[in-house]
Ligand binder design. Structure first.
Ligand code: CA
Ligand code: CA
Length: 487
């Protein structure tokens, strides 16, 4: 009797396995996508090595736990609008025509025909849902509303409140603004403790908790999901619970190496230095606040890391834990006093390099990749991972094979643009050229990362053959990526 029962069990098990195999063969489960944007996060993340002092246990855990760390990933521009427009369309700024935050992707004449990543996934059977900053936000003329890219998702939610400093007076950092500073930066470059000391009240923390709840309570109409979550720190202002500042005792904070005359070797076509001292840098210098501001950025990174941990923990305890692609990206880099610059408005490596972490089911992670990745490569990569055909307009390249095999043949350059500067990064060099409105080159920079990783020695006029070669390569890519089809 016992052996007969055992025999029946075997038949049932075999039938179940056979049926499961047929089902898997007929319709393999599509992986979900968790798409995480972090505003103004540079490579000051433990696993990226940009600053050994930073504390990012959750991002480092993602890297160790199946993540692939893209060590040389670059933004196409150094402000939100063009950078986000490019990752969301898989097309370079030269193709979208979105070069600055004043251009809205939705109305950009050259980009109107480009289907954005969430729209494309929705068209291919995904339930798309979002909270937080994914698209750059634009005013809607004649309306109190804002265009935050709601139109690109099946379900879109505005972020939930948040908490600021105790006092409404600005700035709260204790430094006066300079008279010549106007508008946004007069108030924006600020930091200080929030009212109370509770991170759960903060906007990004609420976004993370909301997303974790969705993952544990929703079935998304039985479809695979594409969930886009946008965190706003470490974008200014750095108003944070005091405990995050306390994690970095001020006297122990190291500053990035800064040379006072660093930018004097960037000369325009009339022989004059191209740059004047940035007003923010001058203010920080005058009031001796560089170290406090570096600490505030570190604190903001650790705070957003905590929020990312809430989200990843939510995913880990959900039923989607094993079948969800996670891609986490910063929209551009950030300067913290290096090159006598604060913020992100330059063609230096520090403005352009981004953190990019990808974890995909079935692909071994816990590794690093050194290939040059552009954010326009994310769109085709996610399509490939999801088994969706690539739309024709994409200019980027799927890095899925590179995820599997570090020796995969790959592109040799990454290009970016900020204002009138176009820049190209190769394995060892970064070359940048600035042009006037008539397209005439007015200035250029060449840095050799093999000997000068901090980009302090501009050798463009000493190594003119290499400058010329890179200029040609850069302009070929600009021409190619500006065309429909991108290739
Ligand atoms: Ca940004
Ligand atoms: Ca220099």
């Amino acid at each position: 009797m016992k052996s007969r029962t055992r025999h029946c069990e075997l038949i049932i098990t075999a039938w179940a396995l056979f049926s499961f195999g047929l089902a898997a063969f007929a319709a393999p489960a599509k992986p979900n996508v968790l798409f995480i944007a972090v505003d103004d996060l540079n490579d000051w993340v433990g696993c990226f090595g940009g600053n050994p002092q930073v504390k990012t246990p959750n991002l480092d855990r993602l890297a160790d736990d199946g993540g692939l760390v893209m060590m040389n990933a670059y933004a196409p521009s150094t402000v939100c609008g063009p950078s986000r427009s490019s990752i969301l369309t898989g097309a370079h700024c030269y193709r979208t025509g979105v070069y600055g935050n004043q251009n809205n992707l939705k109305n950009a004449p050259k980009a109107k025909d480009l289907v954005t990543l969430p729209e494309y996934f929705s068209q291919h059977g995904y339930y798309t849902i979002s909270m937080g900053k994914i698209f750059h936000s634009h005013p809607v003329p004649g309306s109190e509303e804002r265009d935050d890219g709601q139109w690109a998702f099946d379900e879109w939610h505005k972020w939930l409140g948040g908490v600021g400093p105790e006092s409404a007076e600005r700035p709260v950092s204790g430094i006066p603004n300079l008279p010549e500073e106007t508008g946004y930066h007069r108030k924006a470059f600020d930091w200080g403790p929030t009212k109370g000391n509770d991170e759960k009240l903060m906007r990004d923390h609420r976004t993370a908790s909301w997303a974790a709840d969705q993952l544990n309570t929703r079935d998304f109409d039985g479809k695979p999901f594409f969930m886009a979550i946008g965190f706003t720190q470490p974008h200014l202002q750095w108003y944070l619970p005091q405990k995050y500042f306390d994690m970095y005792p001020l006297d122990d904070v190291d500053l990035p190496k800064t040379l006072a005359n660093d930018r004097d070797d960037i000369i325009d076509d009339k022989g004059r230095p191209l740059y004047h001292t940035s007003t923010t840098w001058a203010r920080m210098e005058k009031y001796g606040k560089h170290r406090e501001a570096v600490r505030a950025y570190l604190a903001a990174v650790t705070f957003v890391d905590e929020c990312i941990g809430v989200l990843l923990d939510g995913l880990a305890r959900s039923s989607y834990a094993d079948n969800t692609i996670v891609v986490l990206w910063g929209d551009h880099g950030w300067n913290l006093g290096d090159h006598t610059l604060w913020c992100k408005h330059s063609c230096y490596e520090s403005s352009l390099q981004i953190p990019l972490l990808v974890r995909a089911p079935g692909i071994q992670g816990g590794q690093r990749r050194s290939a040059l990745i552009e954010t326009i490569d994310v769109y085709p990569s996610l399509c490939t991972l999801a088994g969706i055909p690539l739309p024709e307009h994409l200019a980027g390249q799927s890095f899925v094979e590179l995820m599997r095999n570090p020796d995969t043949k790959w592109k040799e350059a990454a290009v970016s643009r900020f204002r009138n500067g176009d820049t190209i990064r190769t394995d060892a060099l970064r070359y940048t050229e600035y042009t006037n409105p008539k397209g005439k080159r007015t200035s250029r920079m060449l840095y050799d990362h093999s000997s000068d990783p901090l980009e302090n020695q501009n050798v463009a006029e000493k190594r003119t053959d290499e400058s010329q070669t890179l200029s040609k390569q850069l302009n070929q890519i600009k021409g190619r990526d500006g065309k429909p089809g991108g290739k």
